[in-house]
Each structure stands twice: as structure tokens, then as C-alpha cells.
Write a protein that binds this ligand. Structure first.
Ligand SMILES: [Zn+2]
Length: 561
């Protein structure tokens, strides 16, 4: 006889709302715009979900999937300097140094369905199915496991959307952009409902990515204190932003209709959100304080001269924007980074590596030290010289002032070991500069962006924050419980526990026992397993062409400067 109340039969559905924050959704939960989340909050446990620092989707979702900090799983960003190189690489699932929850559940014979999880191209072989994410190169058709699923979805629902149509992003056609985000939600929902109705599953994950894109683009409409707030545009489009969230909530509701009362439901984000006002050009700052040097060759000098005159990627983008030449900006932006951009503007090709001590990569102030033995032309000795240099950078970063206001730009500096621990620590940036109120977005890499250290933001108005959201509901979850101090690393242990599976003790997260009723806790004990969930790290897996395309896509999403 099957005991349906046993956790062994319990299914878990996780719905990711990328970038969702209570700052926006709490009022909509309260006023009934988002009735599904309102019901979840009433019926289950909910609260702020603290994410990885810096709050980067690739890193945060990997911490969700592994229950570990990025020093153990190794996915510290979407982009990182390749080992023993200055070349910037895109992360791939082969670089994840830990089993993910779908691997662990597959090993246990449970059926999994993983859809749209960041950094899952190429898809892994699982006991069930997997559909890759928005990092899938556009020419690739091997984005499903099993491969036959792609054609099946094509026939059944006209294919599964890997990423929202973003052709109207950063254009004046805000209404069309929002309409495309709504379309993405609906197509994803349709695909997911087909999968739920036709495939067996014990663990199902679906990510809505459009909520993140929408907030990057439209934060200024909702936030009256944003320097780019335009009351007229806000009046015109605010209703559409609210409507997007109404439909997103409705989609969540229709997915939840597929679970039984004994199942566990998790609705969560990977990070929160807030306004971003300015770019912080970290490599320009490193150059100004003499830690990054440019080559003395004529071409670099020429580029530097015109750079000082304002011929910079940001300068050109602004000009094109001012002239309302959206189509040109788009073509320009999507030129291959290896080609035109590098030929015209200052880039890492112009950096004199033997004389450079530090460089920045990424959009959250990640700084890498040019260390001897670690980089081909490294010249900072490990040990005292390395420590002293980090101290110097930290001290000087806190002294940076925004020339426009005289206020500080950096409010906190993290040394690598304050953020990460584990076998893959060496991959992580050596320092991370956290900007004041998170209102500056670091312009990390390659093009040196603009000739200043600080520039007004454009192309987006919102960016990530560490405070995401989580809702848990289902049998054994306390009604109306408020969670405090939950971390994104706690979800994998919590989900395994709720399914009656022992929790690997090498996970950094803990079981969120405060979310469960006393009755459930007494019936199901937390058990641990000492078996390691580490796994071998493989090579980078994108071809150079694919990598270039993905880099441009990430650039558009604000992940690569
Ligand atoms: Zn984002």
C-alpha cells in the first residue's frame, strides 16, 4: 500500500521569479494584484531570502542548486578571467564543481524536470529532462535533454522560449518591450504546463527570467527618486508593469494547480532589486591610481588620446541615444567584441600586463590581482606583496569620491576569503568593491567604457540587491510563518529534507526547520550524509564564436561592461 503522506512520495515544485523583491511585490500582494503570492504567504512560510555576494544570477542559482557557497561550486560570475590567461570566459555547467540537486535526486531514482536554470547549456543527462537557459547559443539546437524533447515541444507548443524577445529593450517602445516580456511568461507557462501534464516528475523547476529584465529596464518608472524618472512615462507605462506582475502571478497560480496538497511548493527569487544611478568604471580607476598600465605602442597611445576626448563606447552610445538612432545603437552594440570594439576603443588588448597589478572583470566591482604563477604575465608575489596590495586597493577604494556630488562611491570592500570558502576559492575575484547603496554599477571589463571614473547610468535603471524573496507552502509547512535570515543555500537542504532524503553534510546551507510544523518535524527527522557531493571541474565548453555571441547578450543584460 502506498502511503501518500510519506515524504518519500512528496513532489516539489520550484518556481523562480528572477530578481523578485518585496520592495515591489509586497504592495501588490497586499492590494490583491498578486493573489497567488498572497495565498502562498497566508498558507505557508515566507520571508526575505539572502543571496550570494555579489548578487549575480549565475552564482546565486548555483548556490540554490548545490546548497553551497560559490567558493565550493566555483560559479562566481557569468564571466571570469580564464585560468592562466587574461581572456574573459563565459561560465558553463562543466565548471560547476559540485553536484546540483537534480544530480542528487537523479542518483536517488527521483524524476526531475529542470527548465531554464541559468548555466545549464549544454543540458546535463538527468533522470528526467532538462531544458537549457538564455546562455544557449542561438545556432544550437541541442538545448534539451533528451534531444527528442526539443521536437516534441516544437510540435506541441511551437517550441520553448529560451530567452525573452528583447528587441525593444532600451528603446522608446517601452510598451512593446513589456508586451514581449508578457509573451515570454505566457509561452513559458504553456511549455511548462505541457511538460507537467505529459512527463513524470518528482522535482520540477521553472525559471521566469523576464521579471529580471523587466526590472532592469523599468525601475525608473516606478521609483520617483530615480534620476531618470519621467512622470509622464511613468503615468503612461506603470499600468503595464503592474499588469506584467498580475500575469506572472496568474502563471504561478496555474502551475501550482498541478501540485497536490501533500507536495511542497517553493516560489523564490535569486536576488532582490533596487535602483542603479551611475556606472563606476573600475578599470579607469585602477589606471588612474597606477595599478593598471596601458601599452606604450602608437596604436594604444592614439586610442588613449581619442579616449580622453570622449570617444568611448559610452560616449558613442550616448550620442547615438541622443540622436535617437536606436537601430544604429543596436547594430553597434552587437558588433563582435573581438572585432570592431577592440579595434576602435581601449580594451584589454591595450593593457601592458607585465606592468599591471590589478584589473576588474564583471559588473559588481570584482578585482583580480595580476599574481605571479597565476597569470601569464603576473607580477605580484603571493604572500606579503599580495596582501599589502589588497590592503592598498581596499583603503583607496573607500576614498573614491563621486566628482559630481563629493559622496563616496564604494561603501564596503570584501576580501575574497570574506565572501567565499572552499576548494575553488582561487577562481574567485581577489576583492569585491560594493558600491554605496548599490547605486553604482561597476563597468568592469575591456572597453574602459568612458574616460571618467563615474558616469550617469543609461540603458538600464535597476540592478540587483542581495535580498530576494522566498515562499514555501504545502503539507508540513507552518501557516503564515515569517522566515528570518533564510539564505539561498538553505533551499537544497530544505527540499531534500522535505522529500525524506538525507542532507549532504558538505552543503553550507541548513534545513529551514522553522518553516515546518512541530508535527512534521517529529515525524521526519533531519538526517545527514557524509558522502561528498563535489565533482570534477571540466574545461570551458563554448566555442569562440558562441562565446562572443553570449558575451554580447550578457553585455546587454548588464553583466559585462
Ligand atoms: Zn539581472
Amino acid at each position: 500500500m502506498v502511503d501518500n503522506s510519506s515524504p518519500d512520495n512528496r513532489r516539489v515544485m520550484v518556481i523562480g521569479l528572477d530578481g523578485a523583491t518585496f520592495k515591489l511585490i509586497r504592495p501588490w500582494i497586499e492590494d490583491g494584484t498578486m493573489p497567488t503570492l498572497r495565498r502562498l504567504m497566508k498558507k505557508g512560510a515566507s520571508g526575505v531570502l539572502t543571496t550570494t555576494l555579489p548578487p549575480i544570477s549565475s552564482s546565486a542559482w548555483a548556490s540554490f542548486a548545490t546548497g553551497k557557497n560559490p567558493g565550493k561550486h566555483g560559479l562566481v560570475d557569468f564571466v571570469h578571467p580564464r585560468e592562466n590567461s587574461y581572456q574573459i570566459s563565459i561560465v558553463s555547467p562543466q565548471q560547476r564543481g559540485s553536484k546540483a540537486i537534480w544530480n542528487l535526486l537523479s542518483d536517488q531514482g527521483r524524476k526531475v524536470g529542470i527548465v531554464g536554470m541559468p548555466v545549464t547549456y549544454p543540458p546535463e543527462e538527468v533522470n528526467g529532462y532538462m531544458i537549457s537557459d538564455f546562455l544557449t547559443p542561438s545556432a544550437s539546437d541541442d538545448y534539451t535533454y533528451p534531444l527528442s524533447l526539443r521536437d516534441e515541444l516544437e510540435r506541441a507548443v511551437g517550441g520553448f522560449p529560451l530567452l525573452p524577445d528583447e528587441r525593444y529593450r532600451s528603446t522608446k517602445f517601452t510598451d512593446r518591450f513589456i508586451a514581449d516580456m508578457v509573451t515570454d511568461v505566457e509561452r513559458r507557462l504553456e511549455g511548462a504546463l505541457y511538460l507537467l501534464d505529459n512527463k513524470e516528475w518528482d522535482f520540477f523547476f521553472l525559471l521566469f527570467w523576464s521579471s529580471d529584465m523587466l526590472q532592469h529596464e523599468t525601475w525608473r518608472l516606478l521609483d520617483e527618486s530615480h534620476p531618470e524618472h519621467d512622470p509622464q512615462a511613468a503615468e503612461q507605462y506603470r499600468g503595464l508593469v503592474v499588469d506584467f506582475h498580475r500575469r506572472l502571478d496568474d502563471a504561478v497560480g496555474r502551475l501550482l494547480a498541478k501540485v497536490g496538497p501533500e507536495d511542497l511548493v517553493v516560489v523564490m527569487s535569486d536576488h532582490g532589486f533596487g535602483p542603479v544611478h551611475s556606472f563606476f568604471l573600475v578599470n579607469n580607476w585602477l589606471r588612474e591610481i597606477g595599478l593598471l598600465k596601458l601599452k606604450r605602442r602608437p596604436l594604444t597611445r592614439l586610442k588613449y588620446t581619442v579616449f580622453k576626448l570622449g570617444f568611448t563606447p559610452l560616449g558613442v552610445f550616448s550620442l547615438v541615444k541622443a540622436m535617437r538612432l536606436g537601430f544604429l545603437r543596436r547594430r553597434f552594440r552587437f558588433q563582435r567584441g573581438g572585432g570592431l570594439m577592440k579595434r576602435l576603443f581601449l580594451s584589454f588588448d591595450d593593457v601592458d600586463w607585465p606592468r599591471t597589478k590589478a584589473f576588474a572583470v564583471g559588473s559588481f566591482g570584482q578585482i583580480y590581482i595580476n599574481q605571479t604563477g597565476k597569470r601569464p604575465q603576473g607580477n605580484v608575489q603571493p604572500g606579503k606583496e599580495y596582501q599589502d596590495l589588497r590592503e592598498e586597493i581596499a583603503t583607496r577604494a573607500l576614498e573614491i569620491r563621486d566628482p559630481r556630488t563629493g559622496e563616496s562611491v564604494v561603501e564596503r570592500v570584501y576580501l575574497r576569503e570574506e565572501l567565499y570558502s572552499g576548494a575553488l576559492l582561487e577562481k574567485a575575484p581577489d576583492l569585491v568593491l560594493q558600491s554605496r547603496n548599490w547605486e553604482y554599477m561597476a563597468f568592469g571589463h575591456a572597453d574602459f567604457g568612458a574616460s571618467h571614473i563615474v558616469e550617469p547610468i543609461f540603458g538600464m535603471s535597476g540592478h540587483h540587491r542581495p535580498d530576494g524573496v522566498v515562499f514555501l507552502a504545502g503539507e508540513g509547512i507552518k501557516e503564515g510563518a515569517k522566515l528570518e535570515g533564510a539564505s539561498i543555500m538553505d533551499l537544497a537542504p530544505t527540499i531534500l529534507y522535505s522529500m525524506g532524503i538525507s542532507v549532504p553534510s558538505d552543503m553550507d546551507g541548513r534545513v529551514l526547520s522553522e518553516a515546518f510544523t512541530a508535527e512534521f518535524l517529529s515525524k521526519v527527522k533531519v538526517e545527514y550524509s557524509d558522502e561528498s557531493t563535489d565533482r570534477e571541474v571540466g574545461r570551458d565548453d563554448y566555442s569562440e564564436d558562441d562565446e562572443e555571441e553570449i558575451r554580447e547578450r550578457l553585455r546587454g543584460l548588464g553583466y559585462v561592461g
